[in-house]
Each structure stands twice: as C-alpha cells, then as structure tokens.
Write a protein that binds this ligand. Structure first.
Ligand SMILES: [Zn+2]
Length: 179
C-alpha cells in the first residue's frame, strides 16, 4: 500500500462521511515526497566542488532556514541552522552548506541527530581544522499538542576538531550566531 492509500484510510477513520476530499490523499503524498526527499541524497557523494584557499579563519553561514519533521510525531520542526568551519586548505561554496542542511532536514529527524549529521558531513567533505553547528528550532509536537508551549526554542550544538576543545573558538562562533 502506498502513502496515498494510507492517507485515504486515515481520512475515512477521521470522518467516514467526508466529502470533497478526493484529491487530498494525492496532495498529502506529494507533500511527503518533498518532506522526505533527503533519503535520496547523500551530500558526501554529491558535493565535490571544493576550492583551494589560504583562508585560515572561521567561515560561517548563519541563520539558514530549514523545515523538517520529527520522527516521533511526524510533525514539523521549523528553525535555523548556523554552520561554521575553519578551513584546512579547502573551502566550499556557501550554497553547498545550505544544500547539506536540506539533505538532512528532508528526512524524519531528531534535532540532536540532525545537528551531528550536518557537522559530520561538513567534516568529511572538507576535512577542515574544525566544525561548529548550532540549530534553533520550534517543534510543533511541543507547541501544537501535548504541553503546547508556543515559542519554546530547542537549541542544539555540535563541535568537531579544533573548535571542540577550544572555548575561544566556541565563543567566537556562538557570539556570531547568537539570536
Ligand atoms: Zn515530536
């Protein structure tokens, strides 16, 4: 059974008399195709356009918007990601950092794993001296159901390499990316 047929069944359980919903299962299935398109992409295989550079200070792309879905409730996670790294002879186009974020956002996610996956991909693609990632997001499973805490931000960070144990570098990244 495909997603479309399952959605049709869910609609029938919610409202057996539902009218005018014939196209809804198709629309939901096509939304799911988009939400979960990240499984078809592996940034480590797809992103290979690196450039030589003598840049040796931290490079940061901050406030990259993302939308994902939590794997516990299949409800939206909406927020921003900031990605920083200290090059080790190679740099990458800024748009590629955003592409890495989208690859992992378009999967069923836990924010903690998402944060580590983005950092891990930047690390393995660029082999930089260090990587820093900070994610701030609102989870609809917290804001729209259960405890219903609107506006609560969930913040996760992950550091690799020289940034991990260097509190000056951590502070440099976090001061730049602070809300
Ligand atoms: Zn959830």
């Amino acid at each position: 059974m495909n997603i479309e047929e399952h959605i049709e069944n869910i609609i029938r359980v919610i409202d057996p008399e539902a009218q005018d919903l014939q196209r809804t299962p198709v629309r939901v299935a096509s939304s799911y195709d988009e939400f979960f398109s990240g499984y078809a992409h592996n940034p480590e295989d797809e992103i290979n356009a690196l450039y030589d550079s003598e840049m040796n200070e931290m490079v940061i792309l901050k406030n990259i918007p993302f939308e994902s879905n939590c794997e516990h409730h299949l409800l939206p996670i909406v927020g921003i990601v900031s990605v920083g790294y200290i090059p080790n002879g190679k740099i990458i186009g800024a748009s590629k950092l955003a592409r890495i974020v989208d690859c992992f956002a378009h999967r069923m996610q836990l924010q903690e794993r998402f944060t580590m996956e983005v950092a891990g991909a930047v690390n393995s693609i660029l082999n930089p001296r260090g990587v820093a990632v900070c994610v701030r997001a609102e989870h609809f499973c917290i804001s729209h159901r259960g405890v219903k805490k609107h506006g609560a931000s969930f913040v996760t960070k992950y550091f690799i390499g020289e940034i991990k144990d260097n509190y000056d570098l951590r502070r440099e990244f976090l001061l730049e990316t602070h809300e």
